[in-house]
Write a protein of this length. Structure first.
Length: 405
């Protein structure tokens, strides 16, 4: 299955994509050289160095995840993070487009950007599962920048899927041992996982070990009014907390800033199909408060920095912040788009901020067609982690003890 560059460009990733595009907007005095993919051997995933995260290592998924919890009355406490000592299931994570390598496809060396995104998106799942995150030769920011600005670029579009498939096969042979697995991806990572599922999982016995797939920040086609039958034939959308063998998927926009007509997020081109939307905070539907876990300083490069979290301007000493009750979300269908609509529940009596950052911002201009792509995972992070644990318990046939927020 071929990964289409237009789809990858539409679903490019957090942290630095828009800033990179902005820097490339000015034409050069002479034609730039063609960016050409260089041949490289298939990665050997039997070597631990080919993995961004593996259990038991001091790597990106072992970074500190402590959270400052700020209540509606302004009181604060630090919630200490602790990885589980006895993980009952596995998580297989594929990261989004973050590589700043100068080549169209990235190398197999984890840069600061890969380390950062794994710490931001995957590390928190270690409170419930063993996390496996392969390095892969993704389409880079360099390639996307060249593509969007009209420069000649030659990339291997099949390489990301080939690499992740090889990593998946190594994981099955070396690590799985019959355990249940949650697949987790964002943006380009979700596109690769979707292709992996369609090609290498749906028709195979390993399908029975898939607890769920969290394909976030991408469009998953399903027939209008149905939960299965589009991009995936055997994995329906998740509609209950204790449902397993299903998919969680959504793209995120502010409720008061819906997708404009030119947005590729929230719609699919195929007749009779819509983009699936499942709200982890309310899988059965409706609006619900989310357990958002946000970056204390904001959503990273490509977004405006976060201002004070409270009116007293006290600093936050952790990397992450929770603001219970402040954010709600609901899957909606509006004007041909299906997406997760996010509301910040402002209250004059609440000393906390009444806004959050996360809009894609290029040169001071918000790109509304991107919505809150930078916050696809953080806006529901606590819900995603607890939902994975709940689904895993159902898959094992054991009672779920934790209380959903």
């Amino acid at each position: 299955m071929r990964l289409v560059i237009a789809m990858i460009a539409a679903a490019a990733a957090p942290l630095s994509v828009p800033a990179a595009w902005a820097q490339a907007a000015a034409p050069s005095a002479s034609p730039p050289p063609t960016l050409a993919a260089s041949p490289a051997p298939t990665p050997d995933y039997a070597k631990d160095s080919a993995w961004l995260c593996r259990p038991g290592r001091a790597d990106a998924c072992a970074t500190n995840q402590d959270v400052t919890v700020i209540q509606a009355n302004g009181k604060r406490k630090i919630e200490k993070f602790k990885p589980t000592a006895m993980p009952q299931f596995d998580c297989f994570y594929v990261y989004p487009t973050v590589s700043n390598d100068a080549t169209p496809n990235s190398d197999m060396t984890a840069g600061a950007e890969e380390q950062a995104v794994a710490a931001f998106q995957a590390a928190r799942f270690t409170s419930k599962c063993r996390v496996f995150a392969p390095l892969y030769r993704q389409v880079t920011l360099t390639a996307l920048r060249a593509f969007i600005t009209g420069q000649p670029v030659t990339m291997d579009r099949d390489m990301p899927l080939a690499d992740v498939t090889a990593a998946w096969n190594d994981y099955l042979a070396r690590d799985n041992g019959g355990r249940g697995v949650v697949l987790i991806g964002h943006s380009q990572g979700s596109l690769v996982l979707k292709a992996l599922m369609a090609k290498s999982i749906e028709g195979q016995p390993i399908r029975r070990n898939i607890i769920s797939a969290m394909l976030l920040g991408t469009n998953l086609a399903v027939p209008a009014g149905k939960d299965v039958g589009g991009d995936l034939k055997r994995f329906p959308l998740c509609r209950k907390d204790d449902q397993f063998g299903c998919v969680v998927t959504y793209v995120t926009f502010r409720d008061d800033s819906p997708p404009p007509a030119n947005s590729r997020f929230g719609k699919v081109p195929d007749a009779g199909m819509v983009a699936g939307c499942t709200n982890p905070a309310a899988l059965a539907g409706g609006k619900a408060v989310t357990d958002a876990i946000l970056g204390a300083k904001g959503a990273g490069a490509g977004s405006a920095p976060m201002g004070p979290w409270t009116s007293d301007n006290l600093p936050v000493t952790t990397n992450f912040v929770k603001v219970p009750g402040l954010i709600s979300a609901e899957c909606v269908s509006r004007d041909g788009f299906d997406y997760l609509a996010v509301t910040v529940n402002g209250n004059p009596a609440d000393p906390r901020t009444d806004t959050i950052v996360g809009d894609v911002n290029v040169g001071g201009v918000i790109l509304k067609d991107w919505g809150l792509h930078l916050l696809d995972m953080p806006i529901e992070m606590g819900n995603l982690v607890e939902l994975a644990d709940h689904q895993a318990a159902a898959w094992r046939g054991t009672p779920y003890k934790a209380k959903r927020r």
